[in-house]
Design a protein around this ligand. Sequence first.
Ligand SMILES: NC(=O)C1=CN([C@@H]2O[C@H](COP(=O)(O)OP(=O)(O)OC[C@H]3O[C@@H](n4cnc5c(N)ncnc54)[C@H](OP(=O)(O)O)[C@@H]3O)[C@@H](O)[C@H]2O)C=CC1
Ligand SMILES: O=C/C=C/c1ccc(O)c(O)c1
Ligand SMILES: [Zn+2]
Ligand SMILES: [Zn+2]
Length: 360
Amino acid sequence: MAPTEAEQHPRMALALAAHDASGRVTPIRISRRDTGDDDVSIQVLYCGICHSDLHTVKNEWRTAIYPVVPGHEIAGLVTEVGKNVTKFSVGDKVGVGCMANTCQSCESCEEGLENYCSKITFTYNSHDRDGTITYGGYSDMVVVNQRFVIRFPEGMPLDKGAPLLCAGITVYTPMKYHGLNQPGKHIGIIGLGGLGHVAVKFAKAFGMRVTVISTSPEKREEAVEKLGADAFVVSSDASQMKAAKGTMHGIINTASASMSMYPYLALLKPQGKMILLGLPEKPLQISAFSLVSGGKTMAGSCMGSIRDTQEMMDFAAKHELTADIEVVDAEDVNDALERLAKGDVRYRFVIDVGNIIVAA
Ligand SMILES: NC(=O)C1=CN([C@@H]2O[C@H](COP(=O)(O)OP(=O)(O)OC[C@H]3O[C@@H](n4cnc5c(N)ncnc54)[C@H](OP(=O)(O)O)[C@@H]3O)[C@@H](O)[C@H]2O)C=CC1
Ligand SMILES: O=C/C=C/c1ccc(O)c(O)c1
Ligand SMILES: [Zn+2]
Ligand SMILES: [Zn+2]
């Protein structure tokens, strides 16, 4: 007879889980596996709240496997390592992003691009290799295969560094692979939220000219004065959009809601690139003319590889680049999710997971 989940996962952990599409989470006790030979057990101290967490718990992608324990911007301390683990030791500061496992044998995995593995196991809401469902970092401990654990560089704080494990790598990857990391080139960033604000920081660190394209006029001053953007365009202002037309080598689209792509693609120079990162519930609207007429490219990009995640973290540490965060206690996570849905965050909520023990 197949072992029960309790037999497979004998360790009790505390977590925050969604049980329906209301967008709210409640404290629950979950079970985690023992530390296997290739595993790293981690005491979670901080976890970022990504908009993907909200999409998932509200079942906007129709993928929710309730109870959902979200969280894939995980930062904490190693508490135990398996006998095959040599890269990490107890007490190390580490992180976990969007991936908990991949097949390690397909073409993508062989190329070190496991973020494109067709058999990927996401950190939460995903079928694991042992048939159980993965639970994420809104929990006081996680057990992860060593291949998917990231070392925090010296000087990188756990709280402000946690969002880099998803938001950071997700914007870093297209800049690296689409040549949008070259000094002097002009890049547009659609959406000044969790991903968008770190995209501004990375693009400035690469020496690029950066224009934020936003639906929120009230974000202008901070975008320029605090984040270092060179320009700020309100997408609903026709004159501002017209003035920016045909000026950008590339655009990174981090918008979490659907939109008509036409006005945004018009901002690209001929042969410019629009990289889609945002995963809105409803499809984007696009006409062929808006790509064909200028020989423009539209591409998707998904998180990033483990190798690139470590590279990104090391680059961020070198440039003292962290996320702008608002730390929330476990009992305030539902308020944070509500505020995130309204875009009322500057620019990433991070859960002080240490409090979950109190809340549950
Ligand atoms: N491809 C991938 O690998 C990944 C994808 N994602 C996805 O990226 C998206 C962004 O995530 P995150 O940064 O955490 O989300 P946030 O909610 O923090 O930011 C999203 C931003 O999108 C903008 N926005 C919202 N509605 C609209 C609209 N109707 N038109 C244009 N812009 C809009 C807002 O910026 P402003 O106020 O400036 O307009 C908002 O701040 C999500 O859909 C998430 O699922 C996240 C991580 C990885
Ligand atoms: O927040 C990160 C989510 C990334 C993601 C990318 C692709 C996909 O199919 C997902 O379900 C999530
Ligand atoms: Zn994410
Ligand atoms: Zn694979």
